[in-house]
Design a protein around this ligand. Sequence first.
Ligand code: ZN
Length: 154
Amino acid sequence: MKVHAVTVCPDRVDVVVGVDATEAMRTSSIPGLAERVREILPTLEMHLCDNPSGRSFAEELADTEVPHLFEHVVMEIMALAGSPRTLRGQTRWDFKRDGKGVFRISVEYDDDLVCLGSIKLADQVMKHLVDNAEAPDVPAETARLRSLRMREAS
Ligand SMILES: [Zn+2]
């Protein structure tokens, strides 16, 4: 999964990502993913998820689109960096219009810099979850994002 474009809008940030034919489209085809999620973001399983089948995110996690997992990772990192948990995210796709494997993710934000930093960190987390790349230091990085916010407030 690659991030193609990030656009800051007044009420949300839009992210276009692409999953190409050689990459896993669904979490169910990635061995060990649930364990890695539990290690790097233990609070992710408690997420609420508004999906048509009414499943909890813990259930979704086992078999959902990789970009939908990315959306939840972004929201969780923002929350760890001090953003309110009431902010919402959404993942949509229209392969006929945009091409196969192209997903559009929207995330509400309270602080644009924290949101952009969270998207960048979430991309590194996804590389760890999907490709088994080295894990980023999430506590250190979210603390850094949190300090950006505090500097703005003072
Ligand atoms: Zn969801």
